[in-house]
Design a protein around this ligand. Structure first.
Ligand SMILES: [Zn+2]
Length: 377
């Protein structure tokens, strides 16, 4: 249990909605009880194509281990007498198939030698289950159930081009309806806000390759850990004088990209994610990962309409805060970063409205979730 604070926390979810949404069949959505299970249709494709994979918000190749686990699960379903079913939150397996598959994957997990292999397997399996469980159920762009798709209400914006956000996302937050990290690439596009899944080797390699090209001086991690040495946005950019970067128009090379890592996971998962980033930074640069913290706290969020289910602890809130604080740095003042923050803010409003409408339509009270407040398990 954690107390709320005004400072940003690396928490993906709109907390009050956490643990309270479950899936339902499309047809029964309006009246469905919360725990209806969706089964995957027998006519489904037996693999996940590159196109299907990338439609969820990435341009990476299909991670090898994820593809392998998908294949294994499909084959296992063929052999077993149970049908693969998913339900509840986060594409969890259900029923007999789950019992049988669990035995199998636990044995596999135990057989792995080191923690790195175990992490890769854990992440790949989580992603595989979510991909299979969300197929035909969630909109691939906004990650909401198809009947609640909010895509037509999201207004895209361009992010000032040297900035690149990296959504370092925990597998358990991948394809979560109430994840707000996804809003960043919905608004700015996947080149400006790039998904990097924790423990997925292909994604982590792409991210670190970009960091190595940009250099340590152009990478910052937003993390609120008070024990980690962090600098404020103002201090980090006070002497920033890249004329080339600030004059328009010009093309930037990768060395000029300003990379900001947003840790997109629950509070309890984010510590491990941060540790992994730090270890890699040490390996690559022999130095600490530069960290940045927001100083404006909740005040930066004053423009957000009061919403019981929203605070600045979510990932989109961190991006909004960062853009707002960068806008206050004199050299960055004329770049329209405040407008870009506003575009994200508007998308958060759209997400909240969609989630709220869904709850109301499904006959669940909006305040019921209050009891889950601060429940990060
Ligand atoms: Zn959509």
């Amino acid at each position: 249990m954690f107390t709320t604070s005004s400072s940003f926390r690396a928490l993906t979810m709109l907390k009050n909605t956490h643990h309270t949404f479950s899936r339902t069949t499309m047809a029964a959505a309006a009246a469905a009880p919360p725990s209806t299970t969706v089964s995957i249709y027998s006519s489904r494709p037996t693999t996940i194509s590159l196109k299907e994979w990338q439609a969820w918000g990435t341009d990476s190749s299909m991670p090898t281990q994820v593809a392998q686990i998908v294949d294994e699960m499909m084959a296992f379903e063929q052999e077993s007498d149970a049908q693969m079913k998913f339900g509840g939150l986060g594409g969890k397996l259900k029923g007999d198939f789950r019992t049988q598959e669990e035995k199998k994957h636990r044995a596999k997990y135990r057989s792995l030698d080191d923690s790195e292999q175990k992490l890769h397997f854990f992440s790949a399996r989580q992603i595989a289950c979510r991909l299979l469980g969300s197929r035909g159920y969630l909109c691939q762009k906004c990650w909401l159930p198809l009947e609640d798709c909010m895509c037509s209400s999201v207004v895209p914006s361009s992010l000032w081009h040297p900035i690149r956000f990296w959504l370092y996302m925990h597998p358990k937050d991948f394809l979560r309806q109430n994840n707000t990290g996804k809003l960043l690439w919905q608004v700015f596009g996947i080149d400006a806000a790039t998904l990097c899944l924790f423990g997925i080797a292909e994604h982590e390699e792409i991210m670190w390759e970009a960091f190595m090209q940009s250099g340590r001086n152009n990478v910052w991690c937003l993390y609120p850990n008070k024990n980690a040495p962090t600098k404020s946005v103002a201090d980090s950019f006070a002497g920033y004088t890249s004329n080339n970067l600030l004059s328009e128009p010009h093309t930037i090379d990768r060395g000029e990209t300003l990379n900001f890592i947003l840790i997109d996971g629950t509070w309890s998962n984010s510590a491990a994610m941060f540790r992994r980033l730090k270890e890699r930074a040490d390996l690559v640069w022999g130095d600490d990962l530069p960290c940045i913290s927001l100083t404006t706290g909740a005040s930066a969020m004053h423009k957000l309409r009061p919403q019981p289910s929203w605070d600045r602890t979510c990932t989109a809130g961190a991006a909004i805060g960062l853009l707002d604080e960068l806008h206050l740095v004199p050299q960055f003042n004329s770049l329209g970063l405040d407008k870009q923050a506003e575009a994200v803010e508007n998308s958060v409003d759209v997400l909240l409205a969609s989630l709220t409408a869904r709850r109301v339509r499904m006959g669940r009270s909006i305040t019921r979730a209050q009891k889950h407040y601060n429940d990060f398990s």
